[in-house]
Design a protein. Structure first.
Length: 182
């Protein structure tokens, strides 16, 4: 019995530690997706309003997902991508949103700044707190996501708005540099 307990203790102490920053986002991934979806909704609406293109609001569909990278060899980060690979016009970029103008013209909003290889936005996870109380609970914990490029060629800091039929680029929307989860 002692051997089993000792083996379990050694096994857990030898495993790689999970950073506080990585843990702060656990259970809050959907909050992060929701916040980025709201940003995209507002940014796309403003983008077309500034260009005096009337869009049909019910056609604005945003579909993004996230995946958490623990960061064993790099800082932990949350990666956001669109719902599916885009058409041949958009290369390997992922579609984060679609919308139609009131005249029926359809547009895709891609996670990309123009490169066919970019398909995700990467946000470094940064957890902070003011210490611990006597029970070991964090005092004033905060979790923030900071936009960065992990060095992965698939990362982007922009959304690319294109005509879904012609592939013509209308412009870029910069992603938020920071997302505060709590």
């Amino acid at each position: 019995m002692r051997t089993i307990v000792l083996a379990m203790m050694v096994g857990t102490s030898m495993s790689a530690p999970v950073s506080h920053s990585y843990l702060c986002v656990q259970g809050h991934e959907q909050d992060a997706v929701t916040k980025l979806q709201m940003f995209i909704k507002n940014a796309v609406t403003s983008f077309f309003k500034d260009r005096k293109i009337a869009i049909d609001p019910p056609t604005l569909q945003i579909n993004i997902s996230s995946s958490t990278q623990a960061g064993w060899e790099s800082p932990p980060y949350l990666s956001f991508s669109g719902s599916a690979a885009a058409s041949a016009i958009a290369g390997a970029s992922s579609i984060g949103a679609t919308v139609a103008a009131q005249d029926g013209t359809k547009f895709n909003v891609l996670f990309s700044s123009g490169s066919g290889e970019q398909n995700a936005a990467e946000y470094r996870i940064q957890g902070t707190q003011q210490g611990f109380d006597k029970e070991g609970n964090a005092i004033h914990p905060h979790c923030t996501l900071q936009l960065f490029n992990s060095g992965d060629d698939a990362a982007t800091k922009s959304l690319l708005v294109i005509n879904a039929t012609s592939g013509h680029t209308l412009g870029l929307i910069r992603l938020p540099s920071r997302i505060s989860l709590y």
